[in-house]
Ligand binder design. Structure first.
Ligand SMILES: [Zn+2]
Length: 48
């Protein structure tokens, strides 16, 4: 019997993006708008 591993994995903590309010991983640029710490650090993801 292989034991499922997912109960030991630390859940990803999400914070609300200060710019767009989307849940984002802390210390990462927002994947939705590309903002981090009040600055746009990467281009926003182009949505089709
Ligand atoms: Zn954002």
């Amino acid at each position: 019997m292989r034991r499922a591993n997912h109960d030991k994995v630390t859940p990803v903590q999400l914070i609300a993006c200060a710019n767009c309010g989307e849940p984002v991983v802390p210390h990462r640029a927002c994947g939705s708008c590309g903002h981090y710490k009040g600055r746009e650090v990467k281009p926003a993801k182009a949505k089709a």
